[in-house]
Design a protein around this ligand. Structure first.
Ligand code: OGA
Ligand code: MN
Length: 294
């Protein structure tokens, strides 16, 4: 199999030609998709009509271990039996639109801040795979930013200044930024994780900026100074030349690499239209170790 890929942006993103991912089980074909992910960082597959279990099974075939405590799952039980399925929707268990004050809705609003999935955990998220089940009749796009191109565009002085810095990521922080109230008990469970600000990829020799709405401070720096630099870097990395938008159709599966991209949801009238998406995220563990971990 040779994947046919149409570029979506000058530096990253590709739309893959007709393929049925449910039937992709062969290791050679899976390796081709992983290689394409290394090149493109975001891949769009059309007409993948997965149910939850099929989506999770594909994610396991492609990248091994699945995250089970991303996003809302950190706070509440989700509406599916499978904790690996993140519920990226604006509906309740009966499929009804969430009220304006619903906690799940307010928690999910933070997806409109630029972020990488599960950066607040260790291991963090590697691939996220978002499947569109119900799409509103108005635009409700997801935007992606190329964090390798953003790194490359930094000055040599800035690259030297950032080398070796470590960042604390916390989902409590990204939620509190919008004034979302966490109980003391919830907050106590969310201690966050530490990751390097610059990530290196030995295979390609490339580097990326590892940023997210969850990035709360730079280790050993005064908190306001760290936040100021993180804010400056997010503004740099999300300039129009590093960004493209994906307009969803039912059946789309979009896979992004959280190590080399950020993403955000865009606003739509979520009190009028249903948008039902399901996400599976894999753990950023060494692929060679996959078979060793149960
Ligand atoms: C996600 C996410 C954005 C969107 O699923 O991780 O951030 O547009 N989604 O729903
Ligand atoms: Mn996300």
């Amino acid at each position: 199999m040779a994947l046919s890929i149409r570029k979506l942006h000058s530096s990253f993103g590709g739309e893959v030609g007709p393929i049925d991912l449910m039937k992709v089980v062969d290791e050679g074909e899976l390796a081709e998709i992983r290689n394409a992910m290394d090149d493109y960082a975001v891949l769009v597959f059309r007409d993948q009509h997965f149910d939850n279990d099929e989506q999770a099974a594909f994610a396991e075939r492609l990248d091994g271990q699945l995250h089970t405590k991303t996003g809302t799952a950190t706070l509440q039980k989700n509406r599916f039996d499978n904790e690996a399925i993140s519920d990226i929707s604006n509906v309740d268990a009966e499929g009804h639109l969430l009220d304006a004050n619903d906690r799940k809705r307010l928690f999910g609003l933070a997806n409109r801040l630029w972020h990488a999935d599960a950066s607040f955990q260790n291991p963090a998220g590697r691939y996220s795979m978002l499947s569109a089940r119900i799409v509103p009749p108005v635009p409700a796009d997801t935007q992606f930013a190329d964090m390798r191109a953003a790194y490359d565009a930094l000055s040599d002085e800035m690259k030297a200044r950032l080398a070796g810095l470590k960042v604390h990521h916390s989902i409590a922080y990204s939620r509190q930024r919008l004034g979302f109230a966490l109980s003391e008990e919830e907050e106590a469970k969310l201690e966050g994780a530490y990751h390097p600000l610059i990530r290196s990829f030995p295979g390609s020799g490339r580097k990326s900026l590892y940023l997210a709405s969850h990035a709360s401070m730079i280790v050993d720096w005064p908190v306001p100074e760290g936040r100021m630099l993180l804010q400056e870097l997010v503004e740099h990395a999300t300039q129009p030349q590093f960004v493209f938008s994906h307009r969803w159709r039912v059946g789309d599966l979009v896979i992004w690499d959280n190590r080399t991209t950020m993403h955000r949801a865009t606003a739509f009238d979520d009190k009028t239209y249903v948008r039902d998406m399901r996400r599976v995220t894999t753990l950023d563990v060494d692929r060679a170790e996959r078979s060793k971990v149960a």
